[in-house]
Write a protein that binds this ligand. Structure first.
Ligand SMILES: *Cc1c(COP(=O)(O)O)cnc(C)c1O
Length: 502
């Protein structure tokens, strides 16, 4: 299996090269040249396997330059019981009066967000990849985060030999607990810096550094190379395909799939379009999917796009209670467009237009293709809070703000289409304790004390649920980082922190 740039199909690379490099030199993203296909018998086979074995089966189809033994050792090291005490991706069944939902809880890992599913595996894949491409360079991982990727990447890469990691986060765009998680990060190869701007500024800055020739040469001279832990890295996407297929196998085992090829719906709270893109790839591989439901918050650029075919980032940016979805430039959409159009020239044209004027419009064929697969909706903070309260009061299920958006939009889908029979998987992307302030306010209506940890204990006392261990442990950890810079200074910061002067 070879991988090519969304903006230039002529040049292809191996999976190892794509993972090591992170992004293409031309600014495009690496995509598989073809999507491997699963037969029904493969699902029958995989339903009998453990999560780790399912992951090995699926990854082997994409990582054709890795041996089975290499894949096994990577996957085995990532999804241990110690790191995922509740299992990597358990399903919780919610039977409401209007519909049944299967919440795919992806937040039982070390940082309590779904990013762990990929970022516990990526460092192993990356270290293997560096060996395969015969480089002895240190990989400098640059990360732009809307809150959860930063911590998950820091935790995944801390003290991994041959790597350094630098995380940029929007100064006023993350939850207090997300910030605390990052600023107390341990490890000798880690650094964290605030940006005086929003996530889009951070992501654009990081992409620019990646594709800058001068910086690349400076790093090269110091025996270093950049790589990415953002969802632009192929190594982030592949592990995310696994849990959708695994969830289907679990539904088969729960006897919820009554016949061969029975379709499901999947609702995903979406920001950078990475998680839902993995669901799309799973569908392309043969996962029986009726609709992928793209759920957004007030930053509803994707809702408009999937409804009208016009992508327009020229709009107000809202800071919401689901901060990991506060994004106006969804990078991974480029991969979807590449798959739908099969045209590098067309995708490059749209992406250039996005940079130069902030908008583009897809042709009617592409729009109708998208609409046959995706359904899109959004909800604001008031609706999100109401959804958290309702789920808690009627189902005794406590969910975080991002998951609540996916639930709300799924209910909108059911109301609009009448489709309540198709089993629905809801991607549950974070522990409610990461957003304790908003969750507590939603269920009690009270504005509580200022102290972040007091809120966490209050949420626990109020609901009788347990504070996840990694979050409770933060209380005693010292703050290690206090750097901040303007978006234009990210270059300098990156060089300063890597020690490679131009
Ligand atoms: C990152 C994140 C999202 C958005 O996922 P994308 O892959 O960026 O679309 C949703 N919820 C939570 C909790 C997240 O951390």
């Amino acid at each position: 299996m070879q991988y090519r740039s969304t903006r230039d199909f002529r040049k292809t690379v191996s999976a190892a090269q794509a993972i090591a490099q992170g992004i293409c030199e031309d600014g495009g993203l690496f995509v598989p040249q073809s999507i491997p296909h699963l037969e029904w018998k493969d699902f029958e086979q995989m339903r009998k396997l453990s999560y780790v074995e399912r992951a090995e089966t699926i990854l082997a189809q994409f990582l054709t330059d890795f041996s089975a033994k290499e894949i096994h050792s990577c996957v085995q090291a990532a999804y241990t019981d110690q790191k995922f005490p509740g299992g990597p991706a358990p399903l919780s069944v919610l039977q409401t009066s209007s519909c049944t939902m299967y919440l795919l809880e992806l937040w039982h890992g070390p940082t309590c967000a779904f990013k762990d599913m990929a970022l516990q595996l990526l460092p192993h894949l990356l270290t293997q990849s560096l060996k395969k491409i015969h480089t002895d360079k240190t990989a400098v991982i640059l990360v732009a985060t809307s809150g959860d990727t930063g911590k998950a990447a820091l935790e995944g890469f801390k003290d991994v030999p041959g790597t350094k990691i630098l995380v940029f986060y929007p100064q006023n765009g993350v939850s207090p607990m997300q910030k605390r998680q990052m600023l107390t990060q341990e490890g000798s190869n880690v650094a964290v810096c605030a940006i005086e701007g929003n996530f889009d500024d951070a992501q654009t800055g990081v992409k620019k550094i990646f594709t800058d020739e001068t910086v690349r040469h400076a790093l090269d001279a110091h025996g270093m190379m950049f790589s990415s832990a953002n969802s632009i890295n192929l190594g982030r996407l592949l592990p995310q395909i696994v849990y959708y297929i695994s969830a289907y196998c679990d539904l088969m085992n729960m006897k919820k799939i009554s016949h061969e090829g029975m379709k499901i719906n999947i609702s995903v709270p979406t920001g950078n379009f990475g998680n839902i893109l993995a669901a799309y790839y799973a569908k392309e591989m043969g996962l029986p999917v009726n609709r992928l439901i793209c759920a957004s918050n007030a930053n509803n650029v994707l809702t408009d796009f999937l409804r009208t075919g016009v992508y327009n980032r020229n709009r107000p940016f809202y800071t919401t209670i689901s901060p990991s979805m506060d994004i106006l430039i969804s990078s991974n959409l480029e991969r979807l467009l590449s798959s739908l159009t099969e045209s590098d020239i067309q995708v490059k044209e749209w992406m250039d237009a996005l940079v130069s004027c902030g908008h583009y419009q897809v042709d009617s064929q592409t729009l109708s293709n998208m609409q046959s697969i995706f359904w899109a909706g959004f909800c604001d903070d008031t609706q999100t809070s109401a959804e958290i309260r309702e789920l808690y009061q009627t189902e005794n299920y406590l969910c975080d703000t991002h998951t609540a958006v996916a639930v709300n939009v799924y209910k909108q889908y059911v109301a609009a289409t009448g489709d309540r029979e198709t089993p629905a998987i809801i991607a549950s992307t974070a522990s409610p304790y990461k957003f304790a302030d908003s969750v507590l306010k939603a269920i009690t209506g009270r504005v509580s004390s200022d102290d972040d940890f007091a809120k966490i204990h209050e949420l626990s006392a109020e609901t009788g649920t347990q504070v996840p261990r990694p979050i409770a442990a933060l209380q005693d950890k010292p703050v290690r980082f206090s750097d901040s810079c303007k978006p234009a200074e990210m270059f300098r910061k990156a060089l300063e922190l890597t020690g490679a002067d131009v």
